[in-house]
Ligand binder design. Sequence first.
Ligand code: SAM
Length: 280
Amino acid sequence: MSEHRAPGRVKEVTSLANPLVKEIKALALKKFRDQQNAFMAEGLKLVIDALDLGWEIRTLIFAKAGLGNPTIEKVAARTVAAGGTVLEVSEKVLTSITRRDNPQMVVGVFAQRYLPLKDVRPKDGDVWVALDRVRDPGNLGTVIRTVDAVGARGVVLVGETTDPFSLETVRATMGSIFAVPVAKVTPEAFLNWRKGFSGLVVGTHLKGAVDYRSVDFSGKPVVLMMGNEQQGLPDTLAESCDRLLRIPQAGRADSLNLAVATGVMLYEIRRGALSLDARA
Ligand code: SAM
């Protein structure tokens, strides 16, 4: 049952059969995320960060236990002011929406946002990561988080990829989904864009002949290209790289995990830009 409360768009919901709850629960499936052009993010801090960064909030859901919490009430007021809906729900409803026991007290539903490829214009010193057909949501989320942490500019998803707006990916980004621009393109569009890009494109490849530590990345725009978890980079993308780099390994493992390899590369590329004294 839902009942209207002041101000206008705040509703109390306790029933799992409520149509708004059903709509939000449907966001667990990519088909409905795409239909609604929306996604879910959990946690009060994340929702505040998203609002501060100008993301469009559609719905704010908070647990009854949050009633009277001034921070939550402020976020609720911001949601209403932005034209969104606020739902005050029972713990049962929140558990069902997030598919988690002990869910966070606050969940936000936001409009999805992709950066058009034409707006990916790396300047000197900028680093972008291009991911070829990334499959694993945990890997994608971890890469987005790491891109944020090292002060790289964004991520270009090339080809069929896992959804950056799935609950699992968003969770793995720990909020960085709101700070890191993401573009999504076909391999053809990427190769076309690459032709007009005069910076350095470095691919990572298990057959790469160049040690990743031997390259001077400073001063120029850099695109770091990472291969698919199972297959690595296809020839078309590998051939479009200026250099194919390898991270030396010892031991029995065939390769590093994609997100780990991306982290190693990003810290090398950004080595000169990062220090403990200041956030770049
Ligand atoms: N079986 C795949 C292959 O043959 O390429 C393994 C892919 S690996 C799990 C995923 C991606 O991480 C690779 O495509 C590459 O971009 C990067 N990677 C992992 N280990 C690497 C290494 N030692 N040197 C360079 N790149 C590496």
